[in-house]
Design a protein around this ligand. Structure first.
Ligand code: ADE
Length: 483
């Protein structure tokens, strides 16, 4: 990015091509700088919402931490920040190859060679964070992105803590605050360390716990602490209740067991100086050359076109006007995994924000989206209900029956309509009830069990799990007691 210090950037310096991530108070766009045609990820935060929800501290922490980490290649780089009357903008490196989580889901698990490489890159990132006095506090595969050469870029420092600096800043409702609610925690349930869970003072060791969980997950394909609810996950964490599946590599097991340790000071590396020398020396890393980790493994499915540049669609104006915003949101709703506006680009899955459910919408957001929905070709089928998720699914008659392509529309109400997209006729509705259950068979096939019938469905794009999660969230929203 040309460093013209005299002029702050403005939204019109960029073409906003598509939405690549959505969080509870931010949206991340793929953008091209108009002058250089270089690609960036621009995180846009709504000022009003940040103030209303008292999230200023998150925004400041993210900015401060990213600026401090600018000297390392293992972090998303913060190139610029600017604002207008309604929004704050963070201009970040664009991670072409998306989230570690998506690749883990696609590959199911990684071979040990890959795990050694990515654990080594992550360890170098942790060492750099420690040298800058930063604890991430929300390390997880969604926050580890890949650049175009498949090297990691750690992102999302909203929950981070800068040791020494933040200690003096105390905000009401801030999770750093001594007066914080017992059991309120920073991070994501599956990766949260027991001491953070119990509201104790955070240390670098919290990231070592998450590091152990991520190594386990890369090998097994699942997190070590799994249960049906956050409460049960917390119980398992507190009791160190997890297992290694048969065949789990012994050396890797030794490393994981030395990281996933209840007492933070006893975790491997916790007492090392700046570099985590005792972790580097563990025999799991026996093939690692710490001075040169070498090229990253080829994680791609062979069809990524990462040499191609993005193209600005004909007629797209620079900036983020209401009209462009509306169009980008519509594109995302219609083509969540097949962005229309960008050519030559592998699908990047919408970032899942675990704390925000599909149904967690304010009245304002519902009204805004309903307005946009009016122009939608499927709006006439949903009786004025807000479409929460849509997509073409194959609907089968019985497990081996003939499959028909249907557009499924999951809406408030609650409803799950299905429409024949070739004749644009409403074909029916999967009836909602408190007894409705989803069952994912694999990444494509899932069943919806209703009291009178089982619906056999297939998502050809491989996001069956997201469909199950979305339907479950709507069921829980309308029938919270039973679910
Ligand atoms: N999603 C969230 N942040 C991103 C980034 N920096 N690059 C690509 N996708 C993202």
């Amino acid at each position: 990015m040309p460093q013209n210090e005299d002029r702050k950037k403005v939204p019109k310096d960029f073409y906003f091509l598509k939405i690549v991530g959505e969080g509870s108070f931010s949206t991340v766009y793929l953008a091209l700088e108009a002058e250089s045609k270089k690609e960036y990820a621009i995180k846009v935060l709504k000022k009003r919402q940040i103030i209303r929800e008292n999230k200023m501290e998150y925004v400041n922490r993210e900015k401060k931490s990213l600026l401090k980490l600018g000297g390392s290649k293992y972090f998303v780089h913060l190139y610029a920040t600017f604002q207008d009357s309604e929004h704050l903008y963070f201009v970040l490196s664009y991670a072409r190859n998306g989230e570690l989580l998506n690749h883990l889901i696609r590959h199911k698990s990684f071979c040990l060679e890959w795990v050694e490489f990515y654990a080594a890159e992550l360890l170098l990132a942790l060492e750099y964070m420690k040298s800058k006095h930063i604890i991430h506090r929300d390390l997880k595969p969604e926050n580890i992105l890949f650049d175009r050469n498949w090297h990691i870029l750690v992102t999302d420092f909203g929950s981070s803590k800068i040791i020494g600096e933040d200690d003096t800043v105390q905000q009401p409702n801030d999770s750093n605050n001594c007066r914080r609610r017992k059991n309120s925690f920073v991070g994501t349930a599956q990766y949260v360390s027991p001491e953070v869970l119990h509201g104790e003072k955070p240390s670098y060791s919290a990231d070592l716990w998450a590091f152990g969980c991520i190594i386990y997950q890369m090998i097994v394909g699942q997190t070590p602490f799994r249960a049906g609810s956050e409460y049960l996950i917390f119980q398992k964490i507190t009791n160190l209740d997890y297992e290694f599946p048969e065949g789990f590599d012994e050396t890797a097991r030794d490393l994981v067991e030395k990281l996933i340790v209840i007492v933070p000071e006893n975790r491997l590396g916790a007492n090392d100086s700046t570099s985590y020398s005792s972790i580097r020396e563990h025999s799991f890393f026996k093939n690692t050359n710490w001075d040169d980790l070498g090229p990253a493994p080829a994680l791609s499915d062979g069809c990524d076109k990462d040499k191609d540049n993005f193209v600005i669609p004909n007629g797209l104006e620079p900036g983020l006007s209401d009209e462009i915003l509306a169009q980008l949101h519509l594109n995302m709703l219609s083509f969540p995994s097949e962005p229309e506006v960008v050519m030559h680009e592998p699908p990047v899955r919408k970032k899942s924000e675990p704390k925000r459910r599909l149904t967690d919408l304010t009245q304002e957001e519902i009204e805004e989206r309903l307005k946009l929905q009016k122009d939608d070709e499927y709006s006439s089928f949903v009786d004025g209900n807000l479409i929460l998720k849509r997509g073409i699914l194959e609907k089968k008659k019985g497990t081996f029956g003939f499959a028909r392509k249907r557009m499924f529309l999951l809406t408030f109400g609650p409803h799950l309509y299905y429409v024949d997209p070739s004749t644009m006729t409403l074909k029916g509705e999967v009836p909602f009830s408190e007894d409705m259950k989803t069952e994912a068979k694999n990444f494509k096939v899932f069943y919806v069990h209703t009291p009178n019938r089982i619906y056999y469905l297939e998502d050809p794009t491989g996001y069956a799990l997201e469909w199950c999660k979305a339907i479950d969230e709507v069921v829980t929203h309308y029938f919270p007691k039973k679910n």
